[in-house]
Design a protein around this ligand. Structure first.
Ligand code: ATP
Length: 309
């Protein structure tokens, strides 16, 4: 798949001397949903802001749909819709005037049919004549998305799109992002909600202290770094794990000795479960139930960020 955004050897040090980005290399594929994960202050907003032309890069090169963001700023920027973290709009304007104005800023011809579709997709059509300040917080966020889409961008950046919104709006936004992707729009989102990345992303990038520490297909990542756990509910509580079993298996006691938790690698063909159950029997340890669970992206992410500390 061709790259729609290409970032090469990008650096950024703020005037304070703080190195916010260190030699970033990243290719975003056309039509994908890419989630950028990282703890607070990792450099997510700085990276997005540079690609969108809001913050000056230090060294390095960024191409958006083949256009250099410095030498060919207007052409690069025209490809991008940005939904920033904060609400920035004239709250005394109507929704319709706001989106019409945003489109005009990009020198695009008036196209009421397209803007109507955007507002309908975002369930904002009924509110088109309302002034933004009259809208709820969730509706204001939808207006920000409508503004970002007003000039028919090929690429949409969503910086923390669902921070502080309720579950229903979050689901609506996810559905909208999927519809956009079906139309071929490339979507890059930053999020603190790992559940959001897990649900939405095709690929995940993890950034930490200004460095990209990993870029991977989500499914491959979860497969590669995921662990499974088998919880064995015991008939009689155990005071401790018999030494022979403790030496042979990664086991932990849980629930005040009423459960044994066995962690194994998803990738390994041979899980060792059958042997474990046989060995439990040999030690006279009876069980009444078994449950298995897979690690979430959240656990993988926490481990990754911790491992590279
Ligand atoms: P968050 O998840 O909290 O939004 P982030 O990953 O988006 O964080 P950035 O906002 O890109 O992180 O910040 C990266 C680093 O650069 C931080 O240490 C931040 O304090 C610093 N920084 C950001 N903007 C500026 C600025 N204008 N001047 C100086 N330092 C800045």
């Amino acid at each position: 798949m061709p790259s729609v955004i290409s970032v090469e050897n990008l650096n950024k040090t703020y005037a304070s001397g703080h190195p916010a980005l260190k030699n970033i290399n990243l290719q975003i594929r056309k039509g994908e949903i890419f989630a950028l994960l990282g703890p607070n202050g990792a450099g997510k907003t700085t990276l997005i802001s540079i690609i969108c032309g809001i913050v000056n890069p230090g060294g390095g090169k960024v191409l958006v749909a083949g256009h250099d963001i410095k030498a060919d700023y207007r052409a690069a920027r025209a490809q991008i819709g940005l939904v920033p973290q904060e609400l920035v709009t004239d709250v005394f304007e109507t929704v319709w005037a706001t989106v019409t104005f945003s489109r005009g800023l990009f020198g695009k011809k008036h196209n009421p049919t397209y803007l109507e579709q955007v507002l309908r997709d975002l369930s904002l059509w009924d509110k088109r004549n309302a002034k933004t300040f009259e809208l709820s917080g969730g509706m204001k966020r939808r207006v920000m998305i409508a503004k970002a889409l007003s000039h028919e961008p090929e690429i949409l950046f969503l910086d923390e799109p669902t921070a502080g919104v309720d579950v229903e709006l979050r689901r609506d936004m996810w559905a909208m992002v999927r519809r956009l992707r079906e139309r071929g729009v490339t979507i890059i989102l930053t999020t603190h909600y790992i559940e959001e990345a897990e649900e939405m992303a095709d690929r995940i990038g993890v950034i930490r202290k200004g460095e990209i520490i990993l870029v991977e297909d989500k499914d491959a990542l979860m497969h590669k770094l995921g662990k499974k756990q088998l919880t064995v509910q015991l008939k009689q509580p155990l005071a401790s794990i018999p030494a022979e079993l403790a030496a042979a298996y990664p086991l932990e006691l849980a629930d005040e000795g009423r459960a044994l938790v066995f962690t194994f690698d998803v990738q390994r063909e041979h899980t060792g479960i059958a042997e474990l159950l046989r060995d439990l029997d040999r030690h006279g340890i009876d069980f009444k139930d078994l449950q298995s669970s897979e690690s979430s992206l959240e656990e993988i992410f926490v481990n990754l960020v911790r491992a590279s500390a």
